[in-house]
Ligand binder design. Structure first.
Ligand code: UDP
Length: 716
C-alpha cells in the first residue's frame, strides 16, 4: 500500500537529493562531483576528510556507509517528497539530470530500488533465495546504488543495525531477501539497468553510442540508457576508460571537453615564481642515441634556476657521457646531483628521487628514463599546465604501435589493448586520457610524495618496477593520465642494442630508424627531391647528392679502422665466391663488419629514390640488390689509385667519407669517356653513375693522407 501511494506521486512534486560517501577528496571523488555538477545535481558528501571506518574495501566491509546514510537521512525521515539516491563516489558517475533520474525511478512503481549485478557477493550461497529474473536480467544486489523515498529508506536502514566493518552489500541483501521487508517497503531491483549500470561481469552489455554528437551509455542487452554508472569490483579500469568519454567528456566533433578546465597558466609568471621541479633522469640501460637524449634534456624550455637536476646512471656504459653533460651544464641548474649506481639499486634509486624532491620542497617531479626522447622542448611546461597529479606525455616508437601507456589491463594485470588504444596512439583521438599504466616519462606533483609513508612505490610483489609503481597509484586511487594533445617526442627501442660493437648506433637502422635518420642522413637530403632544384651533375650522367652526415662518415670510418682487416689489394680475394677480383682495392666489405643488411636497408630507404629521380624509368626489380658494398681506403702507402675499369653494376654509388684538401691530397674520380674529373669531393655526398659501358672510370691518385669512400654496385 505504501509503495502504491508513493508511486502515484508525480515527478514535479518530487525532489532528488544525492548522498554519497567519500572519506577523501581524491580523483574519483572529483570525477563524481564533476558529473553531478554537469547535471546540476546537488550532492551531500558524507564522511569527507574523516577517517574511513568501513574496513578494507578489497574484501567485505562498508557497513560504515550505511550508518552514514542513516544518519544523513534522519532529518528527512518523515519526508515523502524527497527521493534520495545513495551512491558510491570513487567509482561512480552520474549520466543524467534529476528529472530523468526521478522519472526512471517513478516508472518502477516502487519505494526503493536497488542496483544489481551478475554476481552474488559476498555470500554466493544466498543466490537461490533471490527471485529468478527473465531475459538474463542482473539478479543480485549491488549496494553501490540505491534510490528511494527518504522516509522509506530511513525506515529500511533502521530495521537492523550494522557494524561499520560489516559488509553493506550482505546487509542489504539480507534485508531484501526477507520477503516481509521486501513487501513492506515495496523494494524492487533494477534488473535491467534502467537506472543503474554496474559494469563488473556486464562489460559486454554496454556500449557508447553517439546521440546528438555526444556519447551516451547504452545497455545493448536491455535497450536501456542507465543514469548512473558504477565501476564495481574488478571493473574499475573499464569504468575509468568509459569516463574518458562520458558524461560529456569527449566527442568526435568537439574532442576533449574538459581537458583544459582546471589548467594552470604559466605564461603570466615571473621566472622566480615558476614551480620548482626536480628533473629526475634515470639511465638504467644502455640505450642508443643517448647523446641526442641529453641534448633534448638540455633543450627543455624552463627556467633552470627553478630546476634541480638529478641523473642516476645505473650502467657503466653511459657514465662518461653523463659526467661530460654535468660538466657542461650542471651548474646552470639550481643544483645538480649525479648518482652512479648499480642495477640492483634501480628501485632504490627511483625512491631516492622522491626523497630528493621532498627535501627540495619541489612542486613537481619530472621523471625521465633515457629511452624517452622529448623532442618538444615545451613538454614540461605543457604538462604542468594540464594540472594533474601525475601525467605522461604520450611517446611512441616511431612507425610502431608501441607507446608509454596501456589503455587497459588484462585480468593478470598485464598489458591489454583498449578499444581506443590505436586511435590514441595514432592521434585520431586527442585528449588527456585516464589510463591504468604509464611509463618512461611523467610529471607528478610533489604533493603525492609528501607523506613518506603513503608514497607510491616502485616495489611490488614479483612485479617489474614500472608495473608496481602504476599498481600502487591505482591502489591509492590516483588517476594516471596520458596526454596526446601535442606531439612530445618518441621512444627509443633499446632491446637489441649491442654495446660490444664499435659505434653500435650505426647498426640501429631497423630498430630506431627515426633516430638513425636524424643522426646519419644529411640535413639536405630531402632537398634532393625539390622540383625547383636540378641535382648537381658534375659529369654527364654522373649525379651528386648530399646523403649522409659528417658524423655518419666519422663513425663509419671508425668501425672500419676498428675492424682493421683491410684486404691486400691483390686479385686473390677469398671473400668472393670465385676467389678472384679483377679490379682489386684495399677494402672492407659490409658483410665483414655485420653491416650488410643495414646497408641494403639504407639503399632501399635513401638511395633507390634518388636513382629513380635522375635515371627516369629504371626501377630495381624489388629493393635494390647489391652484393658488393665496401669501404675503400686509398693512401700512398697502400693503394693510392685504381686503374680504369667498368663496374659490374647497373649503377654505382660512391660516397665520400672524408674531405679532400683536409684529410688527404689528390684523389677523385675520372670518367675517361667524357674526359671529366670530379675532384672537389664533399664529405657525406654521393656520386651516382651508370656501371657498365658508358662510365669507364678510374680512381685518381691520393698523394698524401688517406681517402675513404663507400661503394655499392647496385643491381649487378
Ligand atoms: N569509500 C570511501 N573511503 C574509502 C573507501 C571507500 O569514502 O577509503 C567509499 C567511496 O564512496 C567508494 C565506496 O565507499 O566509492 C565503495 O568503495 P569501493 O568503490 O572501493 O568499493 P566497490 O565499489 O569496489 O565495492
Amino acid at each position: 500500500v505504501c509503495g502504491l501511494f508513493f508511486a502515484l506521486g508525480s515527478v514535479s512534486s518530487k525532489k532528488l537529493v544525492v548522498f554519497t560517501v567519500a572519506s577523501e577528496n581524491n580523483d574519483g571523488y572529483n570525477r563524481f562531483i564533476d558529473s553531478a555538477n554537469l547535471y546540476n545535481i546537488k550532492t551531500k558528501i558524507l564522511g569527507l576528510n574523516k577517517p574511513w571506518q568501513g574496513g578494507n574495501m578489497n574484501g567485505v566491509g562498508g557497513g560504515y556507509k550505511l550508518n552514514l546514510y542513516l544518519e544523513a537521512l534522519e532529518p528527512y525521515k518523515n519526508n515523502d517528497n524527497i527521493v534520495v539516491l545513495l551512491t558510491d563516489a570513487y567509482d561512480v558517475v552520474l549520466l543524467a539530470d534529476s528529472t530523468t533520474v526521478l522519472n526512471k525511478f517513478i516508472e518502477f512503481n516502487s519505494s526503493i530500488v536497488i542496483s544489481t549485478e551478475n554476481s552474488c557477493w559476498p555470500n554466493g550461497k544466498l543466490a537461490d533465495q533471490y527471485p529468478t529474473v527473465d531475459q538474463n536480467g542482473y539478479r543480485f544486489i549491488n549496494s553501490g546504488g540505491i534510490i528511494g523515498y527518504a522516509s522509506q529508506l530511513y525506515k529500511l536502514l533502521s530495521e537492523k543495525p550494522i557494524k561499520n566493518l560489516a559488509d553493506d552489500q550482505l546487509h542489504l541483501t539480507n534485508l531484501y531477501l526477507n520477503t516481509d521487508l521486501r513487501e513492506k517497503f515495496n523494494i524492487k531491483l533494477d534488473n535491467y539497468a534502467k537506472l543503474f549500470q554496474n559494469i563488473y561481469l556486464a562489460e559486454d552489455d554496454i556500449k557508447l553510442k553517439l546521440v546528438n554528437k555526444s556519447y551516451v551509455l547504452e545497455n545493448i542487452n536491455f535497450n536501456t540508457q542507465p543514469a548512473i554508472l558504477h565501476g564495481n569490483g574488478l571493473s574499475k579500469m573499464t569504468f575509468n576508460s568509459y569516463t574518458n568519454y562520458i558524461p560529456n567528456k569527449w566527442s568526435p566533433e568537439s574532442g576533449c571537453n574538459t581537458c583544459y578546465d582546471n589548467n594552470l597558466d604559466l605564461s603570466t609568471l615571473k621566472e622566480e615564481d615558476y614551480p620548482i621541479v626536480l628533473l629526475s633522469i634515470i639511465v638504467d640501460k644502455p640505450t642508443p642515441f643517448f647523446d641526442e637524449f641529453l641534448d633534448k634534456i638540455e633543450n627543455i624550455d624552463y627556467p633552470r634556476s627553478r630546476v634541480f637536476l638529478s641523473i642516476t646512471t645505473l650502467v657503466d656504459y653511459h657514465k662518461e657521457q653523463v659526467d661530460k653533460f654535468i660538466l657542461k651544464i650542471g651548474d646552470k641548474y639550481n643544483a645538480s646531483f649525479v648518482f652512479h649506481k648499480t642495477v640492483e639499486d634501480s628501485i632504490h634509486a627511483r625512491h631516492l628521487s622522491f626523497s630528493l624532491c621532498t627535501s627540495k620542497s619541489c612542486d613537481y617531479l619530472f621523471y625521465i628514463e633515457n629511452e624517452a626522447h622529448l623532442d618538444n622542448p615545451q613538454t614540461l611546461k605543457i604538462l604542468i599546465q594540464l594540472n594533474k597529479k601525475i601525467i605522461a606525455p604520450m611517446l611512441t616508437r616511431p612507425f610502431k604501435a608501441w607507446s608509454n601507456f596501456w589503455g587497459a589491463l588484462s585480468s593478470e594485470g598485464f598489458y591489454a589493448r583498449s578499444h581506443d588504444y590505436m586511435d590514441i596512439v595514432n592521434y585520431n583521438k586527442t585528449g588527456t586520457w585516464n589510463v591504468p599504466y604509464i611509463g618512461s616519462c611523467y610529471l607528478m606533483k610533489g604533493k603525492i610524495l609528501e607523506n613518506k609513508y603513503n608514497r607510491p612505490s616502485y616495489k611490488g610483489n614479483n612485479l617489474d618496477y614500472d608495473m608496481a609503481f602504476c599498481k600502487s597509484l591505482r591502489d591509492k586511487g590516483v588517476f594516471m593520465y596520458i596526454d596526446n594533445h601535442h606531439t612530445y617526442g618518441h621512444l627509443i627501442d633499446s632491446e637489441s642494442f649491442d654495446i660490444t660493437l664499435k659505434n653500435p648506433e650505426v647498426y640501429q637502422i631497423f630498430e630506431n630508424r627515426y633516430d638513425w635518420t636524424q643522426r646519419y642522413i644529411h640535413p639536405e637530403y630531402t632537398d634532393n627531391f625539390n622540383p625547383d632544384k636540378k641535382p648537381a651533375e658534375p659529369c654527364p650522367d654522373v649525379f651528386w647528392f648530399p646523403i649522409v652526415t659528417e658524423q655518419f662518415c666519422k663513425e663509419f670510418i671508425e668501425i672500419m679502422e676498428n675492424f682493421g682487416q683491410w684486404s691486400d689489394g691483390t686479385n686473390n680475394d677469398p671473400r668472393l665466391d670465385n676467389g678472384y677480383e679483377a679490379v682489386p682495392t684495399r677494402d672492407i666489405h659490409m658483410k665483414q663488419v655485420g653491416l650488410q643488411n643495414v646497408w641494403l636497408e639504407f639503399l632501399r630507404l635513401y638511395v633507390s629514390q634518388l636513382q629513380e629521380h635522375v635515371y627516369l624509368g629504371y626501377y630495381s626489380d624489388g629493393p635494390p640488390r647489391s652484393l658488393m658494398n665496401f669501404v675503400v681506403k686509398y693512401n700512398p702507402l697502400g693503394q693510392a689509385s685504381l686503374r680504369p675499369h667498368h663496374d659490374s653494376s647497373t649503377y654505382t654509388i660512391n660516397i665520400a667519407l672524408n674531405s679532400p684538401g683536409k684529410d688527404y691530397q689528390g684523389g677523385g674520380c675520372h670518367f675517361l669517356r667524357y674526359k671529366c674529373k670530379v675532384t672537389d669531393l664533399k664529405i657525406g655526398w654521393m656520386l651516382m653513375h651508370p656501371g657498365r659501358l658508358t662510365h669507364y672510370h678510374e680512381g685518381l691518385e691520393v698523394i698524401n693522407g688517406t681517402r675513404y669512400i663507400m661503394i655499392s654496385f647496385i643491381d649487378p
